[in-house]
Write a protein that binds this ligand. Structure first.
Ligand code: ZN
Length: 424
């Protein structure tokens, strides 16, 4: 994640400067107003106040800013791909709030402003001036079988209501919701493309996503393979839990085991939370200056840190092979979500093509025009499919809440056999 962190650090620099500036007591007088964050259902917690502003370094501040109830890596990725909102536009509002003595939820303002920017971007003239002009296909969505908020049937219903005609339900590492999606689609006239989104390892990158489209979701070998991939993920979490215990940290493994038993994945944020919130660790955490789960995660669970253990399977090659074995097409999802450098995206597409990749998700909710055209051109040149999605995770999701919210930027997607009624 180091590559992400350094890029995030650079992008966050203006925001950190703003936060620090807002904490300067106006007119030199003491000001008790601090900068807070108040994500989700969590209580507001202090991010920075005049008393501590001088003693908090940038990394700590970034950690506090990005600390959230869900995955740390998600937030780093959000910032990486969404870019910063127009800071000047929100500075005045934040200043006014400070003058009035109001607690400033800077992180909340920051991210909601970013959302606004993305909506605006999606309304560029040749993008989509009306919903009718938006694509009628949407080839990624998530249900509660992985990290989505709705049941498969509810996802299908919501997609249909939004005007989607061809939908892929692409839960992470499972096809558990596909049959329900197919069943509920039959009565309402929307086409479902059976799909799965496999998290794969590629060298130092642990989490590149390969979409499998048109797979046989009853295929016994596929079910067994996905089970094995999920088991590796769980095994790795157990290894990290063991490592943390060996390092002397106390926490209740039962809670994590219960989470895993109920079908939810256990990842580094969950381990970090368990360890950082267990009162038995409090004296040591205070001594080491680890005041929240983000600080703990950064100190113990990132690559190179003592509690970290690698993921090993599946590699991108194994993911592609598993998808092919189940009769599907393998498509690299949202390349600019995971990579920032256009040259690296292109070389990676070429390398994956050598492994048997069938297509790339060129059209994606956070891809801008330049990124979209770059990938679309590469797909044409290499004779790959090019697909698109809004990556719907639920109506309340911070980033992925609207079907069809991606632009073709005037280009024709290459859906090939993924279009209903075409090909095998
Ligand atoms: Zn994905």
């Amino acid at each position: 994640m180091a590559w992400q962190r350094s890029s995030v650090r650079a992008r966050l620099a203006p925001l950190l400067a703003l936060v620090r500036e807002l904490c300067q007591p106006p007119g030199g007088s003491a000001n008790r107003v601090g900068i807070h964050r108040a994500f989700g259902s969590g209580q507001p917690r202090e991010l920075l106040c005049p008393a501590t502003a001088g003693s908090v370094d940038d990394d700590t501040l970034i950690g506090r800013l990005l600390d959230n109830k869900s995955l740390l890596s998600d937030h780093l990725a959000d910032v990486s791909r969404a870019g910063l909102p127009d800071l000047a536009a929100i500075t005045d509002g934040l200043r006014a709030e400070r003058e009035q003595g109001i607690t400033i939820d800077v992180a909340d303002r920051f991210f909601s402003s970013g959302r606004g920017n993305r909506r605006q971007a999606a309304r560029e003239p040749d993008a989509m001036t009306a919903t009718a002009a938006a694509p009628s296909f949407d080839l990624q969505s998530h249900s509660d079988r992985s990290d989505g908020a709705l049941t498969p049937a509810q996802v299908v219903k919501a997609a249909h209501a939004a005007g989607v005609e061809l939908l892929a339900l692409s839960d992470h590492d499972t096809v558990g919701g596909v049959q329900e999606a197919l069943d509920s689609a039959a009565s309402i006239g929307i086409r479902i493309l059976p799909a799965v989104e496999v998290s794969a390892v590629d060298g130092s990158r642990e989490d590149l996503h390969v979409l499998g489209y048109g797979i046989d979701h009853h295929d016994a070998e596929l079910l067994e393979t996905l089970e094995r991939f999920r088991a590796d993920r769980e095994m790795r979490a157990q290894k990290m839990a063991l490592a943390l215990h060996e390092l002397g940290f106390e926490f209740d493994d039962g809670l994590l085991a219960a989470r895993a038993r109920s079908g939810r994945s256990v990842g580094r944020p969950h381990l970090a939370r368990a360890a950082s919130e267990d009162p038995r660790n409090a004296p040591r955490l205070a001594e080491e200056g680890l005041h929240d789960m983000t600080a703990f995660l950064q100190a113990y669970l990132l690559p190179g840190k003592p509690g970290y253990r690698e993921r090993t399977i599946p590699t991108v090659q194994q993911a592609i092979d598993a998808i092919h074995a189940a009769g599907g097409q393998a498509v690299w999802a949202h390349p600019f979500w995971d990579l920032a450098d256009p040259a690296e995206v292109l070389s990676t597409i070429e390398r994956f093509t050598g492994l048997g990749l069938d297509g790339v998700e060129a059209f994606y909710v956070t891809h801008d025009r330049e990124q979209t055209l770059l990938v679309a051109d590469a797909c044409e040149r290499l004779d790959l499919l090019s697909t698109g999605s809004s990556d719907f995770h639920g109506p309340e999701h911070r980033l992925f809440s609207r079907f069809r919210a991606f632009s073709l930027y005037g280009r024709e997607p290459r859906l090939g056999p993924l279009r209903p009624g075409v090909g095998p």
